[in-house]
Design a protein around this ligand. Structure first.
Ligand code: AQP
Length: 333
């Protein structure tokens, strides 16, 4: 069945292994299926929900495009564009913000995590982030949205907003209610330093993540320093439930070698951690270093990256501006 795919990535810094295994790897296989229409958005409006340095933001936008391409997304097959260049996103976010309920947003765990203890000081944008995300998706009639597990709740909210809009304005099926596409296993990659926290661009310690721009030596060093425990390698699934860091590393190994967690455990049962870490580093190097070299190559041709965004915005704007016009008519503007 042909799918209309939409997904976004924030240009908030180096993309990492979590972004890759949770989302981008899936983008690539969806992009490779000729039947699908894929749109991948660099969501810079989302990025400024927390403070960004303007020069860094510009650099990160290009780096995100370079990462998409280096990971295997073909800009000839998919639309790649920058969110802020299509005005309909902000307009639709306002209208949908008048449909979404405070009670729904109050339940969003990502806001609670990102705002931390001092939520009075968080931006209004950070709070209403999921409404903008709903606007992004609904403007393109996306049928499927590939995301990491951390975005599942936002996707559910997007579905609720679409349904409420359709009901409130009696326009059955006008806004397409999208399906999430979340990997069944390893859909949330955790920090290398703390197995209870997700791997994240904004985490201060670079040792907590494998960046897609890391070199061979950086990968070896990070895996060497990755937190484990004093016990020996686990022998079965029961033994890893409480051992979050070990489970995460075995999960990364399994995901990169397209095998199951059980098989990875079997492979290393009874061996020592150094042997496992060596194998894990090798498999990471094989996957990440070619992407990392390609990103560096692409970044030296800024004109090419900017042209991809220009081509993409033209196509995206054509779709989104038609949809927002219909939304405005329906609302009564
Ligand atoms: N640790 C993760 N495991 C699996 N999937 C992940 N994703 C992010 N982190 C993990 C998925 O990557 C896609 C793009 O995410 P994003 O950059 O738009 O926002 P995020 O989820 O907030 O990612 P970060 O790295 O934590 O960024 P910062 O630190 O800037 O907030 C999404 O599909 C996401 O699910």
């Amino acid at each position: 069945m042909s799918k209309k795919i939409f997904s976004g990535v924030q240009p908030t810094g180096n993309l990492h292994l979590g972004n890759y295994l949770g989302a981008i790897k899936n983008f690539v296989s969806l992009n490779n299926n000729k039947e699908n229409k894929c749109i991948f958005c660099v969501v810079d409006l989302h990025a400024i929900t927390v403070k960004q340095d303007p020069d860094e933001l510009k650099k990160n936008i290009r780096e995100t495009v370079a990462t998409f391409i280096a990971s295997g997304i073909d800009p000839k097959k998919s639309i790649i564009f920058k969110q802020s260049r299509v005005a309909a996103h902000a307009e639709a976010a306002w209208i949908l913000g008048c449909v979404a309920r405070m009670g729904w947003l109050n339940r969003m765990t990502q806001f609670k995590e990102k705002a931390g203890k001092d939520k009075e000081k968080a931006s209004i944008g950070l709070y209403s982030y999921p409404v903008l995300m709903a606007a992004d998706i609904l403007l393109y009639d996306a049928t499927h949205v590939p995301v990491g597990d951390d975005q599942k709740q936002h996707l559910e909210l997007c579905r609720d907003i679409a349904q409420k809009f359709n009901n409130d304005f009696e326009v059955e099926n006008f806004l397409q209610v999208p399906e999430p596409l979340i990997q069944k296993e390893f859909s949330r990659i955790m920090s290398l330093k703390d197995g209870s926290k997700k791997m994240s661009k904004s985490e201060l310690s670079d040792l907590s993540r494998i960046n897609l721009t890391d070199t061979k030596d950086e990968i070896i060093n990070k895996i060497k320093k990755a937190k484990t425990d004093t016990l020996s390698m686990p022998k079965n699934l029961n033994e890893i439930e409480e051992r979050l860091e070990v489970k995460n590393l075995l999960g990364i190994y399994a995901s990169l070698s397209d095998t199951t967690l059980e098989k990875s455990i079997e492979n290393f049962a009874g061996k020592n951690f150094s042997e496992f870490k060596e194998k894990l580093s090798q498999i990471l190097i094989n996957k990440i270093v070619p992407i990392s070299s390609e990103i560096k190559k692409l970044l030296s041709d800024q004109k090419y990256l900017d042209q991809i965004l220009l081509d993409g915005v033209e196509k995206a704007d054509l779709i989104a501006s038609k949809k927002i016009e219909r939304i405005k008519e329906i609302v009564g503007f």
